[in-house]
Each structure stands twice: as structure tokens, then as C-alpha cells.
Design a protein around this ligand. Structure first.
Ligand SMILES: Cc1cc2nc3c(=O)[nH]c(=O)nc-3n(C[C@H](O)[C@H](O)[C@H](O)COP(=O)(O)O)c2cc1C
Length: 201
């Protein structure tokens, strides 16, 4: 077998994420910013669901949600999470882990306002993760909120609708290679900088 270098460069993992994310935006059929968000209860019971990445950079990776949801309760009790992107069209995976911090009220307001009116209504009318007797109950709440807010063209952001930013401590890139001889590189944050190592696949 020919000797071969890793195709995942060492250096700045945030810049590498940007490059892979840009390629995913061009090649994924939809929601290239969709990521699995794993949270856990303080006693270690994990749960996972998809959310959308709505901002990222060296400061972290931000998503928005209902803080009274199941994930919101787990986050409040255990401010750590893991994110996972799987871009099928590229056969690539990125895993990101670290502590969470709630975004400022100003940032949450700005993002909530930037959403389409129907999306504002849909999330403000939802008691996310709590039992619903029948779908008609939710649709009635949507209709009432729509009616009440349509004159303003926007819905006030509910205080429990907010965002969280994950500050990355570990970022791992995984690349499909022929014959299942896949390529992995793990970046770990140390003293404000990044070090990296290859991992066996
Ligand atoms: C592609 C995709 C993107 C989603 N994006 C979000 C999101 O950004 N925020 C959110 O609260 N829920 C989002 N959801 C819904 C969540 O997966 C989940 O159903 C919801 O947040 C409740 O999760 P919980 O009960 O674990 O709190 C998305 C679902 C899918 C399939």
C-alpha cells in the first residue's frame, strides 16, 4: 500500500470547519447547518436531537431553542453539550464538545426578530417538549397569537426562547477514505491555542 498523508490539515480547526461548512452548503440538498445536539442530565443520562447552527466563529457555535424544553432543562442543569455534523454528500463528520453559555438577551432578541413572522408565531405558541392533547390545540394557539400580533407584524420574544453558545474544547474531523481506511484528526484546546493529533479510525 502506498504511504499517504492525512488529508485533514493541522492548523486552525475553526478555519477548517469554515472550509468544510462552505463545501457542505454547496453540496447538501438541504439544511447543511443541521447538527445533532447531545445533552445529558447531571447523573449522566444522555439525549440527542437535531438543531440548526445559527452562528459560529472562534467564540463558539450558537443554536436557538426553547429553554423550557427537555434539552433546555438538561442544559440548565448541566451546561455542557456535544454537537455532531454529518454531511452525507461529502461523507464527512465533525464532532464538537465543550461548555455552553446562554446568549445575551440582545442577541436572542435580534435573532428572534430576524425570523419570519410564521416562525416567530410557531415557536412562541409552542410549549416545546410538553404533552399536547391534540394538534388542534396547538393550531388554535398559533391562530390566536397570529391574530394578536399581526398588526405589529412581529411577536415579542418569549423570555424562555433563547440561544446557547458552545465554546469548543474538542473538535474532531472525520473523512471517508477508500477501503474504509478513514482519516480522523482531533483538535484539543490547550492554553488558548489548539493542538491536534490523528486518531485511528
Ligand atoms: C433539521 C432539524 C432542525 C431543527 N432545528 C431546531 C432548532 O434550531 N431549535 C429547536 O429548538 N428545535 C429544532 N428542531 C427540533 C428538535 O430536533 C426537537 O424536536 C425539539 O427541539 C425538541 O427537543 P427536546 O424535546 O429534546 O428539547 C429541529 C429538527 C430538525 C429535524
Amino acid at each position: 500500500m502506498k504511504a499517504e498523508q492525512s488529508a485533514i490539515p493541522d492548523g486552525d480547526p475553526i478555519a477548517l470547519f469554515d472550509a468544510w461548512f462552505a463545501e457542505a452548503r454547496d453540496s447538501e440538498p438541504n439544511d447543511s447547518n443541521a447538527m445533532a445536539l447531545a445533552t445529558a442530565t447531571p447523573d449522566g443520562a444522555p439525549s440527542v436531537r437535531m438543531v440548526l447552527l445559527k452562528g459560529h466563529g472562534p467564540e463558539g457555535f450558537t443554536f436557538y431553542t426553547n429553554a423550557q424544553s427537555r434539552k433546555g432543562g438538561e442544559i440548565r442543569a448541566n451546561m455542557r453539550a456535544a454537537l455532531l455534523f454529518h454531511w452525507k454528500s461529502l461523507r464527512r463528520q465533525v464532532r464538537i464538545e465543550g461548555p455552553l453559555e446562554e446568549v445575551s438577551a440582545e442577541l436572542a432578541d435580534a435573532y428572534f426578530r430576524s425570523r419570519a413572522f410564521v416562525s416567530q408565531v410557531g415557536s412562541a405558541a409552542s410549549d416545546q417538549s410538553r404533552p399536547l392533547d391534540e394538534r388542534a390545540t396547538y393550531l388554535k394557539r398559533v391562530e390566536e397569537l397570529e391574530e394578536g400580533c399581526k398588526a405589529n407584524g412581529e411577536v415579542p420574544r418569549p423570555p424562555w426562547w433563547t440561544g446557547f453558545t458552545l465554546t469548543p474544547e474538542r473538535i474532531e474531523f472525520w473523512l471517508d477514505r477508500p477501503n474504509r481506511l478513514h482519516d480522523r484528526r482531533l483538535f484539543t484546546r490547550e492554553d488558548g491555542g489548539w493542538t491536534s493529533t490523528l486518531l485511528y479510525p
